[in-house]
Design a protein around this ligand. Structure first.
Ligand code: PA5
Length: 483
């Protein structure tokens, strides 16, 4: 087995590990192989942009790691912006922020922002909300640091209200404080290559742009300029990240189901969704990987939660992804996970080598009961806690997968990203839905526009003003129901 490859371990979902009622029998596994094997060549095409599911799906995230021009365009802007950048601020939401956060947490030290000695680039702040208290506190701090700050506004459409509002706020601040040239010097816009509101504003103001390539949805975009710019600015080896994705691409395109980690992973998740376990918990035993559980939550939920099948019939499918963190959530969730309904499949993220040894101190004479910890090492404790939790779950016939990282580095993280992106593509094909759209997000966006005062036609036969009135009537507080 080549060094530094992440592995998917699935013995503990099988009937031999957790019994026939909740485990997958060899016969069932072989049946899954029969269903998924013919999908492998189709997924190989699909992720490179060929539209092979009846007329609907299209994406080409599978080409991102092979496109050298993306990293080149990112590096060009790094040269231009890094020198005057002590603070990098991401303005974005959903797929335009979660990957950035996850990569940063995984690959830079915990104290990165606070300790210059632990930092190979600017401090990084990601704003993926419009909470006035959160942003207000930041604006108070950044006010006299603006000349050393770069804002990377990321929005494919450019009209997402949260990102647009943040951008307009920052734009005014820069113009007021630093004058008309500030926009060019302090903003990088990552957006659609040609169209959209942000592209228009950037072109008019001479703001430097990076591209969210065509046919790449936000949640599949972390290996494009969306995720690579902040990563490279903060000293992360983006070549290694892309090499990891490339190597996982080779593994996940293999036609042998049993050797293809994405195919096996998706098949197991699909099986459990259809066998009374619609909840999929991702539980890293590594603080560095904790935000990848958040990234996965969006990827899985937005891609697979769909009303319509590819043929247009109503199906209302979608597993519910849940994030947890070991060992923290052992003291919060595991009671439920063991004794509550057996309706979940667990995916642990395991790290073999933390690359940091911290010895636990000796116990005082007054506490001989802590002897079992003395002289041991924290990484060993964390890994043994994972084993202990897995054992406890297996004892209650709860199915457990593990993704094993030899260590957390840019190369293994690149593999992980690609593995779960392709797993999602396989799962979408199994559920027979369009993995890459998110029609249900639109209504909330449009309703926000209406409530915030947008005017003109909303849709056939209704203006935004009429739509706003309709929403106000429906959501008006009824005092009869207040206690
Ligand atoms: O995955 C997605 O497509 C979404 O989560 C988007 O990333 C999110 O809605 C933000 O959209 P935009 O980049 O257009 O501002």
């Amino acid at each position: 087995m080549p060094q530094n490859q992440i592995q998917l371990y699935y013995k503990n979902v099988m009937a031999e590990a957790i019994g026939p009622e909740h485990g997958i029998s060899q016969k069932q596994f072989d049946e899954l192989a029969e269903i998924v094997t013919p999908m492998i060549p189709k997924i190989n095409q699909e992720i490179q942009g060929a539209q092979i599911w009846p007329d609907k799906t299209k994406t080409k995230f599978g080409l991102l790691h092979a496109d050298k021009t993306i990293a080149e365009s990112v590096m060009e802007l790094i040269v231009e912006f890094k020198e005057h950048c002590e603070n990098l601020v991401i303005l974005g939401i959903g797929g335009s922020a979660l990957g950035n956060i996850a990569v940063q947490t995984a690959l830079n030290p915990y104290m990165y922002n606070l300790d210059p000695a632990q930092r190979k680039g600017p401090r990084l702040f990601v704003f993926d909300n419009v909470d006035p208290m959160q942003l207000g506190s930041f604006l108070d701090w950044i006010d006299n640091r603006l000349d050393k700050t770069v804002f990377n506004v990321i929005s494919k459409s450019g009209k997402t209200p949260e990102t647009a509002a943040q951008f307009l706020t920052i734009r005014k601040l820069l113009l007021d404080k630093l004058g008309p040239d500030a926009l060019k010097k302090h903003i990088v816009a990552t957006t659609d290559p040609q169209k959209g509101t942000l592209r228009k504003i950037a072109t008019n103001a001479g703001i430097k742009c990076l591209e969210v390539p065509d046919d790449i949805g936000g949640r599949f975009s972390v290996l494009s300029a969306v995720g690579l710019f902040s990563a490279a600015m903060c000293g992360i080896d983006i070549d290694a990240l892309l090499a990891g994705a490339r190597d996982m691409h080779a593994r996940t395109s293999g036609l042998d189901f049993k050797q293809n980690p994405a195919a096996v992973n998706a098949a197991i998740q699909y099986h459990y969704y259809n066998s009374g376990k619609p909840i999929s918990v991702m539980m890293p035993y590594s603080y560095a990987l904790k935000d990848f559980a958040d990234w996965y939550r969006q990827l899985w939920a937005e891609s697979l939660g769909k009303a319509d099948s590819l043929e247009g019939g109503k199906v209302h499918v979608g597993p519910t992804p849940v994030k947890a963190l070991g060992a923290t959530d052992q003291h919060s969730q595991v009671q439920l996970y063991r004794e509550g309904p057996n309706d979940k499949v667990f995916t642990f993220l395991d790290v073999e080598n933390f690359n940091r040894k911290i010895d636990i101190g000796p116990h005082p004479d007054s506490a001989p009961e802590l002897d079992y910890l003395s002289g041991k090492e924290l990484g060993e404790l964390l890994n043994k806690e994972k084993k202990a939790t897995e054992y406890a779950l297996l004892k209650d016939q709860r199915p457990c997968l593990s993704v094993i990282f030899p260590e957390v580095n840019a190369y293994t993280v690149g593999q992980f990203i690609f593995l779960f992106e392709v797993t999602t593509s396989f799962a979408g094909a199994l559920f027979n839905i369009d993995t890459y759209n998110q029609p249900a997000v639109e209504l909330g966006k449009e309703a926000t526009f209406a409530l915030m005062g947008k005017t003109g036609p909303y849709k056939k036969g209704m203006t935004y003003e009429q739509f706003a009135q309709k929403i106000r009537e429906k959501t008006k507080t009824d005092r009869h129901f207040i206690v």
